[in-house]
Design a protein around this ligand. Sequence first.
Ligand SMILES: [Zn+2]
Length: 306
Amino acid sequence: MRPRELSPTLSMFAARVPTLPPATHTNCYALGGRDVLLVEAVASDTGEQRAYLEWARAFGSQGRKLVAIVTTHHHPDHIAGLDVLARTLGVGVWVHDATYERLAASAQAVVTRRLCDGDEIILDGVRPETWKVLITPGHAPGHVCLHEPEARTLVVGDMVASVGTILIAPSDGDVQKYIFSLERLAGLDAALALPSHGEPIDEPTALFLKYIAHREKREKIIYEAVAACGPRGGTVAELVAASYSGTPMHLWPLAELTLKAHLVKLVREGRVLSFEHEREPSALPGTANVASVANARSVSARFRVV
Ligand SMILES: [Zn+2]
């Protein structure tokens, strides 16, 4: 059987879904003893839909009650089939505003609550559980984590993963916010983290700190690659080649997204300038600059250190 009982009040169902390789599944969780809160409802085809519904409906036959579905963020591997599953189960979906805005109308129609940072979700049971809502932007703007301080358990969505990597793309990711959110998670001293991809993580604080260190190291490599280009600056393609020489080339398209997300941060901090070829670099970094990095398709955009 695919559902796994991690404890009498914690069940996990890994939904097979197209996601970022090498991950192949998105974990869905059921929290609580009597009241049951589902985290993620994902089904990419009818077979998966049936399996998910069987798992979720079993709680009802045990005399337990489904309270809602929390969706951690809007990425396709977290919302595939969400509207159908919610409607079939007859439970509402709870998301942050920034997630709601990014949902299709059919999924927006099943949203019944907007989550805010600090909200508490109380689940009845032999031992009642109080899950605190943390808004942790960075990977996605409306990313939600859930924290149960008594059991020291954290639902971490796509903040970290025990299989594959977490992509911070310039379209809806933000490296600065991501690091801040990781620092927040590291400060909670959790004993168990439940990620969307891969196995549950014991003592996750070390992993949060490792992710922060990894981002800082990556930023240093990128900054040094920009500096090495001198006053003529470097293009995105040149900087990818310089910063990811040790990474297989088939991963460079993903590396390019990460690089751009880091450039956005460096430009915003005033450490790197972006400019168009044959034009004077703009002296003041600003929002226009940041937007042009995020959308930088033009091969003429160059970057140099300030
Ligand atoms: Zn994601």
